[in-house]
Design a protein around this ligand. Structure first.
Ligand SMILES: CC(C)(COP(=O)(O)OP(=O)(O)OC[C@H]1O[C@@H](n2cnc3c(N)ncnc32)[C@H](O)[C@@H]1OP(=O)(O)O)[C@@H](O)C(=O)NCCC(=O)NCCS
Length: 261
């Protein structure tokens, strides 16, 4: 029997394994992915079982769509966004239509719940198009090669240090809000979001750094595993401090020769 519905509490471990097996084949990678999934459930969204949609075949979870419930700014106005960061079908069950069924169920769920929009950036456009999403073709990704010799930060650039997401939260929030108040696309970040993010995500290196001039924080940067500049904010007039944050991230990047890992 096939059921397409919200997950039950006791199925969460099976859901994590299904997602992990969809994305990874090496057992160590699968374990890491299971951990990532648990972080994702508890750290980056408002955890609700209804937001995790599953296809269950004869009692076994075979396909999963996780929906993050967020507010997104459109020209500064918040709209409700359903963001599906993880969609996966167990490799033993791919190609049988479970993924497509779940996408339909997820779209229906979001309509029912009053979401305004659902966005995803993906390289599997055809799959999402089958589920009813449209391709806007507006996504840009920039890949930069780190130069052999990374220029030194200027003397004016201020001090770069790892952020303390509790103590430094007010200035980081202020920079984020100021930078994005008229923008379209960024998620609305409540204080609670940052506090839960800070409390629940465990990384073995500091992902946020700040630049301070005197005691004042004027820029921040979020680093994605030393390989991506995920997020960057700087106050007007403090661009040099922002620049030194970027140089710092380049120096720390794996393979840059700067000692990063
Ligand atoms: C992508 C994925 C979720 C599809 O699940 P599934 O249950 O096998 O999908 P379905 O059987 O419902 O296939 C639905 C349609 O999408 C297409 N499709 C499946 N995987 C696709 C892919 N990687 N790229 C493009 N189209 C794809 C199928 O061909 C099918 O179209 P068709 O009916 O015209 O042949 C599954 O292949 C998977 O878990 N992949 C690894 C994780 C991943 O890449 N997730 C998506 C990005 S977050």
């Amino acid at each position: 029997m096939l059921e397409v519905r919200a997950v039950c509490e006791e199925e969460l471990a099976a859901v994590a394994l299904c997602i992990a097996r969809a994305f990874r084949s090496d057992p160590d990678d699968i374990r890491g992915m299971v951990e990532y999934f648990h972080n994702s459930l508890s750290g980056d969204t408002i955890p609700r079982l209804e937001n995790t949609r599953v296809a269950v075949l004869d009692g076994r979870v075979v396909s999963v769509v996780l929906i993050h419930d967020r507010q997104m700014l459109v020209r500064g106005v918040p709209v409700r966004l359903g963001f599906p960061p993880l969609v996966g079908t167990d490799p033993d069950h791919q190609g049988h239509g479970y993924g497509a069924l779940l996408l339909w169920d997820s779209a229906e769920y979001m309509r029912r719940e009053g979401y305004h929009v659902s966005l995803i950036s993906t390289e599997t456009e055809r799959f999402y198009e089958r589920g009813g999403w449209s391709n806007f073709g507006h996504y840009h990704k920039l890949t930069l090669r780190i130069p052999e010799a990374i220029p030194a930060a200027t003397a004016l650039a201020g001090e770069v240090r790892p952020a303390n997401l509790r103590g430094d939260l007010d200035p980081i929030l202020a920079i984020f809000s100021r930078n994005n108040r008229d923008a379209s696309g960024p998620a609305v970040r409540t204080r609670r979001f940052w506090e839960e993010f800070a409390a629940n995500w465990a990384f073995d290196y500091p992902i946020y750094h700040v630049a301070a001039v005197g005691r004042r924080i004027v820029a921040y940067l979020r680093n994605g595993y030393g390989r991506r500049l995920v997020e960057f904010g700087v106050l007007p007039g403090a661009e040099e401090a922002g620049f030194s944050l970027i140089l710092h991230a380049c120096r720390e990047a794996p393979g840059s020769g700067g000692g990063g890992s």
